[in-house]
Write a protein that binds this ligand. Structure first.
Ligand SMILES: Nc1ncnc2c1ncn2[C@@H]1O[C@H](COP(=O)(O)OP(=O)(O)OP(=O)(O)O)[C@@H](O)[C@H]1O
Ligand SMILES: [Mg+2]
Length: 422
């Protein structure tokens, strides 16, 4: 189905709460194609976030506040003195789950309208209501009319029965409530939630990739999450609770050095592949507990890479196993795009190709203008994609589809906001 996007001039803000950093982008739509100009950015090392989820409310709240203030200050000209009120927020893949549903409705010979589509989606949504999770995305994939399948957009067509295969993403209530609390305490309202890897895909993939089948893997600090796209839609997502910090931790232990030094060694000399490595190349490793004037250990670089490779292989193998178990078959496609801060590890593309047996490329945000260099890299893919999501994919937000939201839930406000702004 074709997406509507928000009008030229609309102001939107994204808050990406990650294990390594919290980032906020404030943007404005500058043309009729939904292109963004980013006018304010803020980012800050995370505190109180572990493995993608908030574990310390006070610490997380403080970092969110600082980050948002920085973005507001930079965008002061267009904020006209008003504080930021509404943000679209990432939902970490470790707190989310993908479900496949099929929903049928009678159309009894009428021309199929938006309303019929919404009715089919709402019917499915009612079936997944629960106290344990909140609905995050309702994404129609394939429509069938009287048994004829492969219909992308049924509107305007005729038939008796319409059914639709739906990809629904739910978020675990506990982590969501903690996140909502930290954000609300910072005097912000959540207007929508978007799974991190979905945002990363919306930011990095070209249209052909989304259409033909492609998996985006967002390799962050605490989580590696992925989303599968096909037919222009996200058809699956999942995550593994391992990220770059685990690699850093392995290095610190394996070389008995501090986390700071391990982080530096990883970025400077690290690699995902030991092959072609010069066995005689030595690197300096400061020893844990020694003062900074003590002589560092000289260690073969291949030792460092030998620590990193198995961990990264493990992550790719887990992604491969999850893709195999998903039952998606060929819909997964032949292509993988790696993004997230940890996608900057040298040699990652080759190892990814080796383990996943797909064409692999590196990705970073492509749909924004005006991004300062410091925030234009792959670590900010999710942040950028959140803006695209709120701008173009409102039709996948459960609140918009749902006729009745539960009182007091975030969706009540989301619906209100949608009514006011669309
Ligand atoms: N040049 C580099 N080489 C290797 N790793 C890097 C490099 N730059 C950043 N990283 C790693 O990227 C990770 C952070 O990535 P990112 O900012 O995408 O995470 P996050 O969004 O905060 O966390 P998550 O999404 O997992 O909750 C860190 O583990 C860091 O070590
Ligand atoms: Mg992230």
């Amino acid at each position: 189905m074709k997406h509507m996007h928000k009008p030229k001039g609309a102001l939107l803000a994204a808050l990406d709460i990650g294990s390594s950093k919290v980032a906020c982008f404030i943007g404005r739509i500058i043309d009729d194609e939904g292109t963004f100009e980013v006018l304010g950015v803020g980012h800050h090392a995370s505190k109180g976030v572990k493995g993608g989820v908030i574990v310390d409310l006070d610490a997380a709240e403080a970092v969110i506040r600082q980050t948002v203030h920085a973005a507001e200050n930079m965008a002061a000209d267009i904020m006209k003195g008003y504080p930021l009120r509404e943000v679209v927020v990432n939902l970490p893949g470790v707190s989310a789950a993908s479900h496949a549903y099929t929903s049928d409705v009678q159309v009894a010979g009428h021309e199929i309208t938006d309303n019929d589509v919404r009715r089919a989606l709402a019917k499915a949504q009612e079936q997944v209501l629960s106290d344990e999770y909140e609905l995050i995305h309702t994404i129609p994939m394939d429509f069938r009319i009287d048994g004829n399948d492969g219909i992308r957009d049924p509107r305007g067509m005729f038939g008796q029965d319409m059914s639709v295969d739906i990809h629904m993403v739910t978020g675990d209530m506990g982590p969501l409530q903690n996140m909502a609390t930290a954000i609300e305490r910072s005097h912000l309202d959540i207007t929508a939630l978007c799974v991190s890897a979905y945002g990363a895909g919306l930011a990095c993939l070209v249209e052909d990739e989304m259409d033909l089948g492609c998996t985006v893997i967002d390799m962050g600090g605490g989580v590696t999450s992925f989303a599968v796209f096909n037919g222009g839609r996200m058809i699956y997502s999942d995550a593994i609770p391992i990220g770059g910090m685990h690699i850093t931790n392995d290095i610190a232990k394996g070389l008995t050095t501090s986390m700071n030094d391990a982080e530096r060694l990883k970025a400077l000399y690290g690699s995902a592949m030991a092959s072609n490595m010069d066995e005689s190349e030595l690197i300096d490793v400061p020893q844990l507990g020694e003062d900074e004037h003590a002589a560092p250990n000289h260690v073969p670089r291949s030792l460092l890479v030998g620590i990193m490779q198995p961990r990264i292989e493990e992550v790719f193998e887990m992604v491969r196993a999850k893709l195999n178990d998903s039952g998606l078959g060929n819909a997964v496609g032949r292509r993988v795009v790696l993004t997230g801060g940890s996608s900057q590890i040298q040699g990652l593309k080759d190892l990814g190709h080796h383990v996943l047996d797909k064409q692999v490329r590196l990705g970073k945000p492509i749909r924004l203008t005006g991004l300062p260099d410091a925030v234009s890299g792959p670590a900010f893919a999710t942040t950028a994609g959140l803006l695209t999501y709120i701008s173009e994919r409102a039709d996948e937000m459960p609140a918009e589809i749902m006729a009745q939201a539960e009182p007091g839930s975030v969706w009540e406000r989301v619906r209100y906001w949608l009514r006011e702004n669309w």
